[in-house]
Unconditional design. Structure first.
Length: 186
């Protein structure tokens, strides 16, 4: 097993073997991020490869005082957002103030496995899925999301509200008495 710092040094020297080993070392971590944003496995792989290309191109800028994994995650997340922007076909947005609040059903959430939740999130439209991931998973504020996606803060809030609403509707339809795969397509 190679140390990450040695692999980074090799990547700075543009050694293909170091690039391959770094990619292999962080493939699962990067792919997990990409799957949250991409609708298909193909899109996730495309985002991951583009993200690693950016990593290898900018590896000299990496600050060794900070965790590499965080730096890598940020680049891959930003690459996923760029991918979303390039493929944006959905522009129907409503203001959050036009909707009622939905009751929280915490018991439902505790019974879901990660794969189940990921399947539910993949069932959202690209706009809802991206805002949900940025806000709920990655911890960005609505101001940051609006800036990243070139949308208004109100649109960010609306998309998050609608994403949560749609997820809650799907959760309510989930039958907890029998193990089943959650249907994500109509």
């Amino acid at each position: 097993m190679h140390s990450v710092q040695k692999l980074i040094d090799g990547c700075i020297r543009q050694e293909r073997s170091s690039q391959y080993l770094l990619y292999k070392e962080f493939y699962s971590y990067g792919m997990a991020i990409c799957r949250r944003y991409a609708l298909t496995e193909y899109d996730a792989a495309d985002v991951l490869n583009n993200g690693f290309l950016k990593v290898f191109t900018n590896i000299k800028k990496y600050d060794r005082e900070k965790p590499f994994k965080s730096w890598l995650g940020r680049i891959i997340t930003n690459t996923a957002i760029d991918h979303y922007r390039m493929n944006l076909k959905f522009t129907d947005h409503e203001d959050v103030s036009t909707h009622e609040n939905i009751k929280d059903h915490e018991a439902i959430y505790t019974q879901l496995a990660y794969k189940d939740l990921l399947s539910l999130v993949h069932g959202l439209s690209p706009a809802y899925r991206t805002v949900f991931n940025l806000y709920a998973i990655d911890g960005y504020s609505h101001d940051e999301i609006a800036d990243m996606l070139n949308i208004s803060i109100g649109t960010s809030k609306s998309n998050l509200f609608k994403a949560r609403q749609k997820l809650q509707e799907k959760l309510m339809a989930f039958n907890f008495n029998t193990p089943a795969i959650i249907p994500i397509h109509k």
